[in-house]
Design a protein around this ligand. Structure first.
Ligand code: ARG
Length: 459
């Protein structure tokens, strides 16, 4: 039998394979609430403009709520023959309210309908991401505040570089996730325009009021160009780009947690709630959540690239290719939200091992730069020479199998006679971090300032 929506032109129904490749109802049913909200706004506007009667609009709007409750209650029967969520909802509306249902699609097309639904769906995800990022930042602030003056090694090339504070390291991620947050807000602002009323592509001859539907759906304004309104998917790509950058940040932190929770590092202990055991090795406590966050970045980047590939080269306006936008965005959104929540949970629960952090910070000649700086400051040596002298002292300590503070004054003076007892004041890791008072530096006082600033920002 031919299609109930466009059967007028068709003598035969679709091949089963045609139906299989064409249908999106398997996944776009996730936009049911958005579809119904869009249709209800459209029906109210049609009546306000005198395009349909008030009683038809009332029947449509109430009928749509019945359909929504059926979907939410799990009693709705989705049909692949009806292709997508838009036609499934409308067909059911017809069963529920009869003839007025046929007036709903006046001055509208599935092209502006799907663009509207999808924008609403992505907007909800941006709002959810905003909340999740704020929660993660708060968890990091908790860690930073507790350990503002705990000393740990700072790395470059994953080799000991200079001592930093635990709070400083946590706050570095606060800055990164803070920029993700601002990208989320920017993206939301840019995408919050309504495609509804663009109709198929050219607009419509019916005297519709696009400002009214835009406002009803919480959009800032209608999109200015009807061709653009139904063709644009950059809002979805921007969502995936923002998600990708954020996932990249998550993966870096996840990688650090994997390394830090190892027996070789012992920087952190992850909670039992966010770890798993091994079926064979009884001693194991594995950082699976961190590993999965590290991995999920792959599918999120993949979705970003996939949708760019779908959209590249598409002529205006709508092409069915664009139906491939949703699964990518749904999957990326689900996994980004999951990763954000898991990271928040891990950060809240984890315990930094203060003693191991400090012991590790004190090894590996982490205060060699402080020694060189002392030579510059106290003896007037040019930095390049001071660097050379310090290198010789490091080599000596390495040869003796000790750390810099373990060298005696006379051993040091044998390398550089202007060195005095005072040098030992700068070789300790606490002195080292406390001295890094430059703006943005690792000194506990600086870290506490940043924690306070962020608390104010989030309040
Ligand atoms: N399911 C379709 C999609 O997701 C809805 C739009 C269909 N429009 C059309 N002209 N066939 O893109």
């Amino acid at each position: 039998s031919s299609n109930q929506m466009w059967g007028g032109r068709f003598a035969a129904g679709p091949d089963a394979i045609m139906e299989a490749i064409n249908a999106s109802i398997g996944y776009d049913q996730r936009m049911a609430a958005q579809d119904i909200a869009g249709s209800r706004a459209h029906a109210a506007m049609l009546a306000a403009q005198g395009i349909i009667s008030d009683s038809d609009a009332k029947a449509i709007r109430e009928g749509l709520l019945t359909v929504l409750s059926e979907i939410e209650g799990g009693t709705f029967e989705f049909s692949t023959a009806l292709e997508d969520i838009h036609m499934n909802v409308e067909a059911r509306l017809k069963e529920v309210i009869g003839e007025p249902a046929g007036r709903l699609h006046t001055g509208r097309s599935r092209n502006d309908q799907v663009a509207t639904d999808f924008r609403l769906w992505v907007r909800d995800q941006l709002d959810a991401a905003e909340g999740a990022l704020e929660a993660l930042i708060k968890a990091l602030l908790g860690q930073a505040e507790a350990g503002a003056d705990w000393v740990m090694p700072g790395f470059t090339h994953l080799q000991t570089a200079q001592p930093v504070t635990w709070g400083h390291h946590m706050m570095a991620y606060v800055e990164m996730f803070g920029r993700d947050l601002s990208r989320v807000r920017d993206a939301r602002k840019r995408m919050n325009e309504s495609p509804l009323g663009a109709a198929a592509l050219a607009g419509t001859g019916f005297p519709i009021d696009r400002h009214m539907t835009a406002e009803a759906l919480g959009f800032d304004r209608p999109m200015a160009n009807s061709l653009d309104a139904v063709s644009a998917r950059d809002f979805a790509i921007e969502f995936l780009s923002v998600a990708s950058i954020s996932a990249m940040h998550l993966s870096r932190f996840a990688e650090e947690l994997v390394i830090w929770s190892s027996a070789q590092f012992r920087f952190v202990t992850l909670s039992d709630r966010f770890s798993t055991g091994s079926s064979i090795m009884p001693q194991k406590k594995n950082p699976d959540a961190a590993e999965l966050i590290r991995a999920k970045v792959g599918r999120i980047f993949g979705a970003n690239v996939a949708l760019m590939m779908v959209m590249k080269g598409l002529p205006l306006a709508y092409s069915k290719d664009m139906q491939e936008d949703k699964e990518q965005v749904f999957d990326a959104a689900d996994n980004w939200m999951l990763a954000l929540a898991a990271m928040e949970g891990m950060v809240k629960d984890m315990t930094a091992n203060r003693a191991s952090l400090e012991a590790s910070a004190s090894s590996g000649f982490s205060t060699a730069t402080d020694l060189a700086d002392w030579l510059v400051r106290e003896t007037g040596l040019p930095f390049r020479e001071a660097h050379h002298v310090t290198g010789a002292l490091v080599a000596l300590a390495e040869q003796k199998g000790c750390d810099l503070p373990d060298l005696s004054l006379s051993e040091m003076q044998a390398v550089k006679d202007t060195i005095t007892e005072d040098i030992f004041n700068v070789l300790g890791v606490h002195n080292s971090v406390a001295s890094r008072m430059s703006y943005g530096g690792t000194a506990p006082a600086r870290v506490r300032e940043q924690v306070a600033r962020w608390k104010e920002v989030l309040a």
